[in-house]
Unconditional design. Structure first.
Length: 547
């Protein structure tokens, strides 16, 4: 009897060991990878012949019931078989005259520990006989395939939330050019987000989890506002904008004049705490809700969150003349009677260009437009230096100005764009050139002012101006996001990401790094309070001394 009992115990133990249960996160993680791969690689799914989103929704209940890796793997195998045979084709040759970029490409997960050898072989076969796309990336490529499918999903439904997560995660997996330089592996971001997405109690919880996932892109182009009647909450705002310096928030711009005056808020006012939390604590509290390529841009973006709240009454601690003072303030909604004073991001009317003292020109790149360039050139062509202030967003003037600065044509960037016939791989594309053979080019010094507000087109334009050879960059680290911004809109949610990789002609990265200044200068609290533009002042000193 003892021998029989021992035999049964050993047998049961072996069965348990051979067929351990797998967690929901493990199953969903692997399903996401397989579903996304088939979406872009399998001829039936990638061509749109089958409704791939609908198939996922049909399979999710079965996936949830799978208890062992054998059951799970067989379910995926059968799913692939149900799509019908994949035609074996001749080996797909490497593209001629195309240089591929592979730093984002990795299909080693075919050998996932949950997959049978048979499933792994099926996936490899599909890779080798993959769908060949006729789409053109530059003309209407839809990486999500049927974006409209995601507008009417009920995100109170768990399976709908999982579908949305899978669609977004795989879009980034295969079509985000800078995936390889994220701080955290994209696989890990998926693994971490799955429980909160699956367990979300309502739409608001789901959107918050998705917002946190977008922050993992480390891409300053990414914006993730949430709107819609089910999740929108009106926000109240401090009547000014500011800049974080030395863990303090210094006011740099008044947005609501009468509201600021009522509480004696001025340029240079220093905030140290809000509702009892230090600025440093507030930064950390919001860190995973803000997506930025680098710390400089994160500190710029987080200011808006720190100075916004769903509360009416807010306790604010100020520092003035070495003393701390706490005020209980009433913050207001943009939609109240003061709405015309609040114009976040609006460019106030300013001179497009002017002549400064000592025969130095100044150009506001956020205000000047292509039609203004001839007048600017005529007015400033005889100056000893021109300061191009690009601590803003330009208006597409790179070509006209670079033609003026350059004595000859030069290439200033190269691109990578998705190679649609091998999703996950990219191809190098010959970039843009600027200038032409111009004996009458500008002979003085060209100074470009940059900071964390210099984003995308600002950085691209600075790369262009650098080709002139007489250009000096002064300021601080830029936003570190270069390339086109791809916008995505869904029910109650909007986000974006960078779709093209942009590099210097020698293949140096600009993403996350930004444009590195030749002379680094950052504003100080004292300088702001004294009304100084320390970056411009440093530029003028360089023009006069060469140092």
């Amino acid at each position: 009897m003892k021998k029989i009992t021992l035999f049964l115990f050993i047998t049961f133990s072996q069965i348990t060991f051979c067929a351990p249960k797998i967690t929901e996160t493990e199953k969903l993680f692997a399903t996401c990878k397989v579903w996304g791969f088939l979406k872009y690689y399998h001829p039936k799914a990638a061509s749109g012949e089958v409704n791939w989103d609908k198939q996922l929704l049909e399979k999710l209940p079965k996936i949830e019931k799978a208890q062992t890796k054998e059951e799970f793997s067989l379910l995926l195998e059968n799913w692939i078989d149900d799509l019908g045979p994949v035609k074996e084709i001749a080996p797909i040759p490497a593209p001629k005259d195309v240089e591929l970029f592979d730093k984002n490409f990795d299909l080693s997960w075919f050998n996932n520990k949950l997959f049978s050898k048979k499933l792994s072989k099926k996936l490899k076969f599909i890779e080798e006989n993959r769908f060949q796309s006729n789409e053109d990336f530059e003309h209407g490529f839809d990486g999500l395939k049927m974006t409209k499918n995601y507008f009417d999903l009920d995100y109170n439904n768990k399976d709908s939330r999982i579908l949305m997560l899978f669609a977004y995660w795989n879009l980034i997996e295969y079509y985000f050019p800078y995936k390889y330089i994220m701080d955290q592996k994209w696989d890990l971001s998926l693994e971490q987000s799955l429980p909160s997405i699956a367990d979300a109690k309502n739409e608001a919880d789901f959107y918050l989890a998705l917002k946190k996932l977008t922050s993992k892109l480390n891409d300053s182009h990414v914006e993730t506002p949430i709107y819609g009647p089910t999740v929108y909450r009106s926000l109240n705002h401090f009547p000014a904008a500011g800049k974080i310096i030395d863990d303090k928030l210094v006011i740099t711009e008044i947005l609501g004049d009468s509201l600021a005056e009522a509480d004696n808020i001025k340029i240079g006012t220093v905030i140290t705490k809000i509702n009892g939390k230090t600025i440093k604590e507030l930064i950390e509290q919001n860190r995973d809700l803000v997506c930025a390529s680098n710390e400089a841009k994160l500190l710029d973006k987080v200011v808006y969150r720190i100075l916004s709240t769903d509360q009416d009454n807010v306790s604010v601690e100020f520092l003035k003349d070495g003393k701390y003072e706490i005020k209980n303030m009433i913050w207001h909604d943009y939609h109240d009677s003061h709405r015309n004073e609040f114009k976040k991001g609006a460019v106030k009317p300013k001179e497009k260009f002017k002549l400064l003292d000592n025969n130095v020109g100044y150009v506001n790149m956020g205000a000047i437009k292509p039609k203004n360039i001839p007048d600017m050139i005529d007015a400033l062509k005889s100056t000893k230096a021109i300061v191009f202030d690009m601590r803003n967003y330009p208006n597409g003037t790179w070509k006209e100005i670079s033609d003026f600065l350059n004595a000859e044509e030069k290439k200033f960037c190269d691109y990578t764009e998705p190679y649609l016939n091998y999703p996950g791989k990219y191809k190098w594309v010959d970039g843009r050139k600027c200038g032409f053979n111009n004996k009458d080019n500008y002979k003085g010094k060209a100074i470009v002012l940059l900071n964390e507000k210099s984003l995308s087109q600002s950085e691209w334009t600075a790369m262009c101006f650098q080709t002139a050879g007489n250009t000096t960059i002064i300021g601080s680290q830029t936003a570190g996001t270069d390339g086109n911004a791809v916008d995505l809109d869904f029910k109650g949610f909007h986000t974006r990401y960078t779709g093209l990789g942009v590099y210097y002609p020698d293949r140096r990265e600009a993403q996350r790094i930004g444009i590195v200044p030749d002379i680094e200068v950052k504003p100080t609290i004292k300088g702001i309070q004294e009304g100084k533009d320390e970056v411009l002042d440093r530029a003028l000193l360089f023009i006069e001394t060469g140092k």
